[in-house]
Design a protein around this ligand. Structure first.
Ligand code: SAM
Ligand code: SF4
Length: 430
């Protein structure tokens, strides 16, 4: 979502004469768009500001803006801790950036951290999305009302808010005109999307079905979804929607019902397995990936073993796993933490299993022909970059004319994160 937001900030500031610079050593304004999901993110921001400060030691200082969720959460504290920062803007206020830049006065610090999501969307809807990537992001929903006990999102992104249905389709049309062949719908809880038009509820399934009708669009994805919102109509899309990819990032966090309850996740492991079973009944090739939190307060050895059991059963691909990071203001921040050494050991064990699944999945694709959407040429290499249906990176030998096409690629070898192959010219796909 920060990639999407950063692109929109670039679109906004064009109106007052700024443009994205390729040379970070000579800019008038520097924007760092930040994430606050784990504690390390905050420290990375200060580290990055320190690095930029060094670049401009003997030069005209750029206007230094910190945007995003660290800005929202830390607010004026950031200005006090690092005087090089001039402005902090929360994720629901960045549409005000032009006003801030126009009125900017040296030595006058500014914070803008209102939860103004509806007016942000209204404002952004009037400005064309200029993203011209083959694979583009499109935010449809922001914020969260679920309040998992470990998570800062409800406090930094604010309450759940869905964009109007028609404006999303209009933006999709613009992205497709710009050249997008794949669109990923985004939201903190993307499948909780809900918008009422003439007393009629429109959901993510309606959006997916409308997007399918755009001829030029070849692939549709969405992320991140919550198990509680995997409704029947959404699952049904995997039967009917030809462009929906057979890969879903569906975080479960833990394989223990006890831990899920402590986390306030509002579902059980069995509910998750039932969703998985329904999906693979529709299409046995559907694969899931997940997020896992290890060492959540109260997680015992037996809980962790249940997570391991679940990973063996579902064989997730491309998952994310982290040790619990205590976030200020959340309910879990008041709980006793698991010994860090134990958490580290558990994380290593879980990751070695997850990585094994990933490697096996990639190995399975070796010597097979798979569909790859070619996205771009890799600079300084004669090779091209694309992705398969499961979002794996593929490095391939191709031609400039293949960019934007789905081609049949014969996979020659692979490692944990990447597949390598060649286009089979006798079998161009689309
Ligand atoms: N809404 C999605 C869901 O509920 O599954 C996830 C969105 S959250 C922004 C992304 C991921 O960050 C979570 O799935 C979780 O694994 C991780 N995360 C959030 N808070 C965390 C914390 N305090 N410590 C470690 N990981 C955390
Ligand atoms: Fe955070 Fe996702 Fe839970 Fe919302 S549902 S509080 S975004 S982890």
């Amino acid at each position: 979502m920060n990639v999407y937001d950063s692109n929109r900030i670039t679109d906004l500031v064009k109106d007052i004469g700024y443009e994205k610079s390729k040379d970070q050593n000579n800019v008038d304004c520097y924007v760092i768009n930040t994430c606050h999901i784990r504690d390390k993110a905050k420290e990375k921001v200060f580290h990055e500001v320190g690095r930029i400060k060094q670049i401009y030691l003997n030069k005209k200082k750029p206007i230094m803006i910190v945007a995003g969720c660290v800005a929202q959460a830390e607010n004026e504290e950031m200005l006090k801790r690092e005087p090089f920062i001039d402005v902090v803007i929360g994720p629901q206020s960045y549409h005000k950036i032009n006003k801030i830049l126009n009125n900017f006065q040296k030595n006058k610090k500014e914070t803008e951290t209102e939860f103004d999501t509806i007016s942000k969307f209204d404002f952004l809807d009037k400005i064309k999305n200029s993203d011209s990537n083959i694979s583009s992001f499109l935010t449809i929903q922001e914020g969260c009302d679920k309040f998992c006990h470990f998570c800062v999102v409800p406090y930094t992104r604010g309450p759940e808010c869905s964009r109007p249905f028609k404006t999303i389709l209009k933006e999709a049309e613009d992205l497709i005109k710009n050249g997008a062949k794949e669109i990923t719908l985004l939201g903190q809880n993307v499948n909780a999307y809900s918008f009422y038009e003439n007393n009629n509820e429109l959901k993510i399934s309606n959006l997916l079905n409308e997007l399918e009708k755009f001829d030029e669009l070849k692939r549709i994805r969405y992320t991140t979804s919550h198990p509680v919102d995997m409704s029947e109509d959404l699952i049904e899309c995997y039967k009917t929607n030809k462009k929906l990819m057979p890969f879903i990032h569906l975080p479960i966090q833990s394989g223990s019902d006890k831990v899920l309850k402590l986390m306030n996740r509002k579902h059980k492991v069995e509910d998750y397995i039932n969703i998985y079973k329904k999906l693979i009944k529709i299409n046995p090739l559907i694969k899931l990936s997940s997020d896992f939190i290890i060492g959540y307060p109260g997680e015992e050895k037996s809980d962790f073993e249940q997570t391991i059991r679940l990973v063996k059963e579902i064989k997730f691909i491309n998952s994310f796993s982290f040790i619990f990071s205590s976030r200020p203001g959340t309910k879990a921040s008041k709980l006793k933490e698991v010994d860090n050494n134990i958490s580290k050991e558990r994380l290593i064990e879980l990751q070695s299993l997850l990585f094994k699944n990933q490697i096996n999945h990639n190995k399975f694709l070796e010597h097979k022909e798979i569909d790859v959407l070619v996205e771009n040429k890799i600079e300084h290499q004669g090779k091209f970059f694309g992705r398969n249906e499961y979002l794996n990176s593929v490095i391939l030998e191709a031609d400039k004319r293949d960019i934007g096409k789905i081609v049949k690629v014969k996979i020659e070898n692979s490692n944990q994160n990447t597949l390598f192959g060649k286009i089979n010219n006798n079998m161009k796909a689309a």
